[in-house]
Design a protein around this ligand. Structure first.
Ligand code: IDP
Length: 148
């Protein structure tokens, strides 16, 4: 079963949408297997966004993601990586469709509410960066038989 790393960014925490975002993924039929509210240390932010380190906005990105607490999560389900990306909407909120998280809650690319892994490789890497194995919980939900 696939897992993905999702994170409500500091803007989402400050705007009180943690619960709304968790609800969307619960209602869809995915399973939460790990979660924590945390303040990201600068070094972890630089590792997480390592692929962007040559970009002009890298400093701004690291400053923003470390500017307040984030809500880090691991979700499990069939095709959860690509489906979560669809539910998040396009990176730039001016292009994200209404009904998506960014389409409904964000205006500008620098403050786009949520992060989600974009591939199985980045999901494995990001889960490993943010969570210890023992922080993830394997369990069954009876309702699952009515979802897949
Ligand atoms: P993603 O978050 O949809 O995977 P990426 O291209 O990996 O998008 O970019 C990572 C994050 O960097 C974006 O979510 C966005 O917050 C930020 N970002 C991307 N482009 C810009 C920019 O031009 N200015 C400021 N921040 C940006």
């Amino acid at each position: 079963m696939e897992r993905t790393f999702l994170m409500v960014k500091p803007d989402g925490v400050q705007r009180n949408v943690i619960g709304e975002i968790v609800s969307r993924f619960e209602n869809k039929g995915f399973k939460l297997v790990g979660a924590k509210l945390m303040q990201i240390p600068t070094e972890l932010a630089e590792q997480h966004y390592g692929e962007h380190k040559e970009r002009p906005f890298f400093g701004e990105l690291v400053d923003f993601i470390t500017s307040g607490p984030v809500f880090a999560m691991v979700w499990e389900g069939e095709n959860v990586i690509s489906t979560a990306r669809l539910m998040m909407g396009a990176t730039n909120p001016k292009e994200s469709a209404p009904g998506t998280i960014r389409g409904d809650y964000a205006v500008t690319v620098g403050k786009n509410i949520i992060h989600g892994s974009d591939s199985p490789e980045s999901s494995a890497r990001e889960i490993g960066l943010f969570f210890k194995e023992e922080e993830l919980v394997s369990y069954e939900k009876a309702m699952n038989n009515w979802i897949i």
